[in-house]
Design a protein around this ligand. Structure first.
Ligand SMILES: CC(C)(COP(=O)(O)OP(=O)(O)OC[C@H]1O[C@@H](n2cnc3c(N)ncnc32)[C@H](O)[C@@H]1OP(=O)(O)O)[C@@H](O)C(=O)NCCC(=O)NCCS
Length: 332
């Protein structure tokens, strides 16, 4: 069925990506189509794609161990007069195996000269058909909340909105606040209390709404590590510190700080019991800034846009909203 679709569409320019031939052109297309929203990480990825495109026949081999290359290679392009003018990338999502296979749909782009001719829709339809045939359980994507064209396209193809998330960042040179005099105390979370923390997260980050964030399904792996996994993570330069706030002996708030050598920033996660919303956010954020000030790394937070109390607290502490992304999902 897919082969037949591709044969008929080949005449009009739709085909699978050929990494050796297309990688540099896909980098150019992504840069052009996403210039208004591309951050430093995106620019670094585009430059990496250009460098890799010079690897010649080795590329195919490298794609076996590199998720970015693998994803681009599994995608589709639209070619017009020998030029790559449209693209969809299909990455394997980094989710626990028992939840998968899940595919990330990314780099959906059509050259501005060819937009509104049905190319984006055809690229997406063919990609989804290929995913369905490959046994993928579901496809996920994120789209800027104000990108109405792309959002409507995905909705018409069957994607459902999960949740909208703000991405926040606070630079390391901003001032460090003093501790609030009456603030509740944070303590390190004992490893054996992860199930209570998980139960709390189920209430505020339900899996039906996408869990803890982008490619972070609500799953025990986010809460607990076997000693072996902890060693592996440590060797890879990743550390996760976890603190909680107790009301008598009940966990009512949690703060995680994940740092990795390669990320160049510390990722914070804030979890506040619904009964304590509006009362704990300042405490958690204040603690995170003071506790991590000596690291001199930017702090990053991905948090639901519907949580007004957290939004206001992050703004109060000088976090800047960088993007607002809607997460969408299509189950096959
Ligand atoms: C989103 C994008 C890939 C769509 O590609 P495209 O080839 O123009 O899309 P199509 O021509 O197949 O149109 C798809 C639908 O969107 C509608 N549409 C496309 N451009 C539109 C516009 N500027 N205004 C209103 N509707 C528009 C079409 O009418 C069509 O509707 P239909 O499905 O009811 O027929 C393209 O606009 C793009 O590359 N944008 C910049 C990058 C981007 O934002 N990518 C999405 C990231 S998540």
């Amino acid at each position: 069925m897919i082969a037949a679709t591709l044969r008929t569409q080949a005449a009009s320019g739709l085909r699978r990506v050929d990494l050796g031939r297309d990688l540099a052109a896909i980098a150019d297309l992504i840069e052009l189509c996403f210039q208004s929203s591309m951050d430093a990480g995106g620019r670094a990825t585009v430059n990496e794609m250009r460098s890799l495109s010079r690897m010649g026949p080795l590329l195919g081999l490298m794609a076996l161990g590199d998720d970015m290359l693998k994803g681009i290679g599994q995608g589709f392009v639209w070619e017009e007069a020998g030029r790559v003018m449209g693209n969809v990338t299909l990455f394997p999502a980094r989710v626990p195996p028992e939840l998968g296979p899940v595919t990330v749909v990314a780099n959906v782009a059509v050259h501005p000269d060819l937009q509104r001719r049905g190319i984006g829709r055809q690229l997406m339809e063919t990609s989804l058909e290929a995913l369905r045939a490959s046994g993928t359980r579901c496809a996920i994507l994120q789209v800027d909340h104000d990108n109405d064209v792309a959002r409507r396209l995905y909705e018409r193809l069957g994607f459902k909105p999960e949740r909208t998330w703000h991405q926040w960042r606070r630079g390391p040179s901003q001032s460090v606040p003093s501790r609030g005099a009456t603030a509740p105390r944070l303590t390190l979370r004992p490893a054996n209390r992860w199930r209570e923390e998980y139960a709390l997260a189920e209430r505020v980050f339900p899996q039906a709404r996408g869990g803890l964030g982008w490619q972070r399904p609500l799953h025990p792996r986010e809460f607990t590590r076997s000693p072996w996994q902890a060693v592996l993570e440590g060797l890879g330069g990743t550390t996760v510190e976890r603190w909680i706030v107790l009301d008598v002996d009940r966990i009512v708030g949690a703060l995680w700080a994940r740092t990795s050598l390669t990320a160049g920033q510390t990722q914070l996660t804030l979890i506040v019991h619904p009964d304590w919303q509006g009362r704990l956010e300042d405490t958690l954020i204040n603690y995170a800034i003071r506790r991590l000030a000596a690291d001199y790394r930017p702090l990053a937070v991905e948090h639901p846009a519907d949580d007004l109390a957290a939004t206001l607290a992050l703004e109060r502490y000088g976090f800047v909203k960088r993007r607002t992304l809607q997460h969408m999902r299509l189950d096959f």
